[in-house]
Structures are given as structure tokens and as C-alpha cells.
Design a protein around this ligand. Structure first.
Ligand code: PMP
Length: 383
């Protein structure tokens, strides 16, 4: 239960092992097309409002492709920074410009839309990035409210949905200009693909400005998508046939579960895990705006992370260590994304309880599980 790569459905993994068919075959074009259409559904876009893309490469490539196409050298940009992946945007932009501003709330807080509005009132930014859920902190930003502010202005809104798409409400129609994600988290396929949607406002800018990157040129990838959506071969770089087939299978599963039901299932899992954890006396890193997809939790003072994580693994659950440098050894992270449900929630809390107790934190075993059970009761989320 790390926050990606997650555990994949066997149907998705089996698809990976099918023969690698020709990327120009009718069969593959149809798989690609279906994946693009389902991506648009998951991102709340339609063919008239947005162009989806699938590119071989991890989420970091998505960060680059979704931004470099819309900035020039020395563009002015704003980074809404709620953790490690906000810092990564600053790092990325620093290769192109010195004019980088940040809205950086204190640890655990979501960005205040009012502060963003103030920044936009007094500055002209070409582009602004928001990490929907920062995987280092589990803090969820209110993208809907933020989009209400940017859509009235000339600043493009780019949303990093790597840790949210498929598990959180996300809708291009809120006024998002570009949103991107990666295959390995709530989208349910092994790592190696970045995906996203370019809205019409961003697309019109992209046509005019030649990007400062070749492989990340979204005009090339948009042309591939347009051809594929039209059931014709589109080519820029040879697609990862097996991985895209697996992604297509996972997206099919997501859409057939129903996006809203899936998001609700993620929300219930998150609430149940949080209920169990807080009942044990542990503190969450987010102060209020908790993600559906991941929980970041402080360890009790005397519990050492290394031993705790090793014991949790022995007890049946693999969790991740911290990512925020200053406190990386003081907290741990649980990913709760994909096809998992109540069984995994209970297994996770029980592993936490036993590992905490073994590491000297005096708790009554079963207390956290009971709290989680009370939340899960009557809310059928399967497994
Ligand atoms: N953004 C967020 C919010 C992420 O969680 C991650 C990866 N954990 C990335 C960007 C970068 O993705 P990748 O590791 O696939 O390059």
C-alpha cells in the first residue's frame, strides 16, 4: 500500500503479457482510441473541449510536457506548492526562467484561494501550477475554487493530477487548462506512461509557441491523438504497446465501475484509514483537506520509522517512508488507490497496530480496527 506503483488487477497484468502487436494495426489503434476516450471521461473533458495525450515516460515527463509548451524563456510563473512535487515544479521552471513565484502554505495546509487571487491581481503570470494531491503530504488542494479564479484571467492553470486522477473529483470543465497524470497510481496500470488533457485555451497557445523541448512537444502528441481518435494511425514515437494495452484495460475497468462510485470508494477507504489511525492517537500531516488517495501520518515520538516499516511489512502491509526532507523519518505514507477495498483497510490498520505495539507504543490492539470498522459498516466497498 505505497502511493504508487500500486497493486494491479490481474486482468491488467495479464494484458501486459499478450504478444506485442503492431502499433499500426487496426487492433492497436482501436485500443489506443478507447484509452483516449476513457481518459477524457476521467478528466471530465470532451473532444470539443480538450485533446488527450498518452506519452511513454513517467509523471515527471507529464510535468514537463504540460508546462514547457506554454512558456517562453523568462516567462513569469506561479507555483502553488504544497510539498515535494511543488518543489519539483520550481526546479523544473528554474531551467527556463528566474521569474518564479510561489504560494507555499505551511506544512499540512492547503493553498488558500484568496492568496492565489491576490497574487494574480498584482502579477501577470503566463502559467500557474497546482499539485492536486501532493503525494508527500496527502494534502488536497481545492482545484475547483482555484480554477474559478484563473479562468477569468490570462494565466493558464496546469494541474498535476498524478496522485488524484481516478481517485478524486477532477473536471476540466471547472476551467483547468491542462491536467496530467501517470499510469501507476489511481489509474491502475504499471509505471511508464504519462497521460493528460489539453484544454482549448491552452491548445490555442500551444499552436503559436514552439516549445523548448522536442519529445515533450504536445503539438506532435496532440496530432497522434487526433488521428487515433479518428481511427487512423498517428505516429510520433513508437508507443509502448503492452503498457498502453494494460492502461486501456484499467481505464475500461474504471469507467465500468463508474467514476463517481470509484471516487466514493476511495473516499470511504481514506476516511476509514484516518478514523483508525486517529483513534490510535496518531496525527495526520494534513490539517484539514485530506486526500482520498493517500494518507501521510506522523509516527509517535519514540517509534523509529525503519523498524516500524519493516515490522509492518512482516505483518502484511508495505507502506512508504516520508518525502518531506525535514521530517522524512518522522512520518510514513499509506497509498489507498486502485481496486483495493475494506479488506486492505483492515489489514493495513491491523499491521500498523501490531508494529506500533512491537516498537514500544502502548496501545490497545483492535482499537483502530474497531474505529475503521464503524466507518466501513453499511458502506459496501467490496473486497
Ligand atoms: N507529481 C506527483 C503528485 C507525484 O506523486 C509524482 C510521483 N510520485 C510525480 C509528480 C512524478 O511522477 P513520476 O515519479 O512518475 O515521474
Amino acid at each position: 500500500m505505497i502511493p504508487g506503483p500500486i497493486e494491479y488487477e490481474s486482468q491488467v497484468l495479464n494484458t501486459m503479457s499478450l504478444p506485442t502487436i503492431s502499433h499500426s494495426s487496426k487492433e492497436f489503434i482501436s485500443i489506443y482510441r478507447e484509452a483516449l476516450q476513457n481518459l477524457m471521461t476521467i478528466f471530465g473533458s470532451s473532444s470539443t473541449e480538450g485533446t488527450p495525450f498518452i506519452i511513454s515516460g513517467s509523471g515527471t515527463l507529464g510535468m514537463e510536457a504540460s508546462t514547457v509548451n506554454f512558456i517562453k524563456r523568462n516567462s513569469k510563473v506561479l507555483v502553488v506548492n504544497t510539498g515535494y512535487f511543488g518543489d519539483r515544479f520550481v526546479d523544473l521552471f528554474s531551467r527556463f526562467t528566474d521569474r518564479i513565484d510561489q504560494v507555499k502554505p505551511s506544512l499540512g495546509m492547503q493553498a488558500d484561494p484568496k492568496l492565489i487571487e491576490e497574487k494574480l491581481e498584482t502579477n501577470e503570470y503566463d502559467l500557474m501550477t497546482v499539485t492536486h494531491v501532493d503525494t508527500s503530504t496527502g494534502v488536497r488542494n481545492d482545484v475547483k475554487k482555484i480554477a474559478e479564479i484563473t479562468k477569468k484571467r490570462d494565466t493558464l492553470l496546469v494541474v498535476d493530477a498524478v496522485c488524484s486522477a481516478g481517485g478524486e473529483k477532477l473536471d476540466m470543465k471547472w476551467g483547468i487548462d491542462v491536467a496530467f497524470s501517470a499510469s501507476q497510481k489511481a489509474l491502475g496500470a504499471p509505471p511508464g506512461l504519462t497521460v493528460g488533457v489539453v484544454g482549448s485555451r491552452a491548445a490555442s497557445i500551444m499552436e503559436k509557441v514552439p516549445p523548448m523541448s522536442f519529445y515533450s512537444d504536445l503539438r506532435k502528441w496532440a496530432a497522434v491523438s487526433k488521428a487515433m481518435l479518428d481511427s487512423r494511425l498517428g505516429y510520433f514515437g513508437t508507443p509502448n504497446v503492452n503498457l498502453i494495452s494494460a492502461l486501456a484495460q484499467s481505464l475500461r475497468n474504471i469507467v465500468s465501475e463508474g467514476l463517481n462510485s470509484r471516487i466514493t470508494r476511495h473516499e470511504i477507504m481514506s476516511t476509514a484509514i484516518r478514523g483508525g489511525i486517529t483513534e490510535l492517537g496518531l496525527e495526520m500531516i494534513p490539517k484539514a483537506s485530506f486526500a482520498n488517495t493517500i494518507s501521510a501520518i506522523y509516527l509517535p515520538k519514540n517509534v523509529r520509522q525503519k523498524e516500524f516499516l519493516a515490522d509492518a511489512e512482516t505483518n502484511g502491509a508495505v507502506f512508504a517512508s516520508g518525502l518531506i526532507k525535514e521530517i522524512s523519518e518522522r512520518y510514513f505514507r499509506i497509498g489507498h488507490m486502485g481496486s483495493i477495498g475494506s479488506s486492505e483497510v483492515v489489514i493495513a490498520i491491523s499491521a500498523i497496530e501490531r508494529s506500533l505495539k512491537k516498537n514500544g507504543y502502548d496501545i490497545e490492539l483492535g482499537k483502530g480496527i474497531k474505529a475503521a470498522q464503524e466507518i466501513l459498516f453499511g458502506r459496501e466497498i467490496g473486497s
